[in-house]
Ligand binder design. Structure first.
Ligand SMILES: [Fe+2]
Length: 249
C-alpha cells in the first residue's frame, strides 16, 4: 500500500516531536504493509521552516534505512488564496515535482475563494489534491461547493480516521457517500503518531472494501497513489472528474 499523507518527520509540525517516534511510525507502517510513505508536513507561510524540514527529512532517511519503506517528501499546503508565496514556491511544494500539490482547506470556512487558487495551479500544469475533504463542514452541508473543486480538476483524498468514525457518524457517512460515488482518489493515514497507524489504517481498508469491493479499495489505497508518484498526466484529471460529476447529477 502507499500512504500519500503522513506527518512522519520529527520536529517540524504537530507530528512526532523526536526521531524515535518517527521511526516507530515507519515500523508500524511497515507492519501494516505500507511500502511507501509520503511525508507531508504542514506548510503554512511564516509558520514552518522549509530548511528545517529538509534537514530532518534527511536525518529520517538515514536512520530509517533498515526498514522496507520508501519515504518521499511532500507538503500539506494550507490553501491561502492571498499568499503569493504559494505560487512562487510551487515547485518546491509539489510532490517530487510530479505536478501535484496537496492542499488543505480551513475546516469551518467556506472555501469558494480557493476555487480560483486551484485554477491558477491548474493553469501552471499542477493538479491540486484536496486533503480530507470529508471533514470540511461547508462540503458536508452543500455538496455543490465540493463539486466546484471536482469540476476544477482536483483529485480527492480522504482520511482513514474519518472512514472508521473517529470524527463522528456524520463525517463517516459523508466519507462513505463520496467513496461510493467514486469521488475519492486516495485514502491516506494523515497519521501524526504510530498509534494513528495502528488504530485506524487497517480498519479503514476493511470498511472501504466492504463499501465498494476489494478492487476499488486497491485503487484508493495503492494504485492511484502509485500513478501520482510516477507523474500524472495533468490533462487527464479534469476530464475524468467531469465525467464523474455528470454521473452524479
Ligand atoms: Fe495532515
Amino acid at each position: 500500500m502507499i500512504d500519500i499523507h503522513s506527518h512522519i518527520i520529527h520536529g517540524v509540525d504537530d507530528g512526532p516531536s523526536n526521531i524515535t517516534e518517527s521511526l516507530r511510525m515507519i515500523k508500524e507502517a511497515e507492519r501494516l504493509g505500507i511500502g511507501t510513505v509520503v511525508a507531508s508536513p504542514h506548510y503554512q507561510e511564516s509558520v514552518f521552516s522549509l530548511d528545517r524540514v529538509d534537514e530532518n527529512f534527511q536525518e529520517l532517511l538515514y536512520k530509517a534505512q533498515d526498514y522496507d519503506v520508501t519515504i518521499n517528501l511532500w507538503y500539506e499546503v494550507f490553501a491561502n488564496p492571498n499568499s503569493p508565496a504559494l505560487m512562487r514556491n510551487r515547485k518546491k511544494l509539489s510532490l517530487n515535482r510530479t505536478g501535484t500539490i496537496l492542499f488543505e482547506f480551513p475546516f469551518n470556512a467556506q472555501p469558494q475563494k480557493c476555487v480560483e487558487l486551484v485554477w491558477k495551479f491548474r493553469m501552471q500544469k499542477i493538479t491540486p489534491i484536496i486533503a480530507h475533504v470529508e471533514r470540511n463542514r461547508a462540503f458536508i452541508n452543500k455538496i455543490e461547493y465540493f463539486v466546484a473543486f471536482i469540476k476544477a480538476g482536483c483529485l480527492i483524498q480522504v482520511d482513514a480516521a474519518s472512514i472508521v468514525g473517529v470524527y463522528g457518524p456524520k463525517i463517516k457517512e459523508f466519507s462513505k457517500k463520496l467513496v461510493q460515488m467514486k469521488f475519492v482518489d486516495m485514502v491516506a493515514s494523515n497519521a501524526h503518531s504510530a498509534m494513528d497507524y495502528a488504530n485506524w489504517y487497517s480498519e479503514a481498508y476493511k470498511n472501504v472494501s466492504n463499501w465498494v469491493g476489494k478492487e476499488d479499495a486497491g485503487l484508493l489505497f495503492h494504485t492511484n497513489a502509485k500513478n501520482i508518484l510516477e507523474g500524472i498526466n495533468n490533462d487527464d484529471p479534469v476530464h475524468r472528474n467531469i465525467l464523474r460529476w455528470e454521473r452524479m447529477v
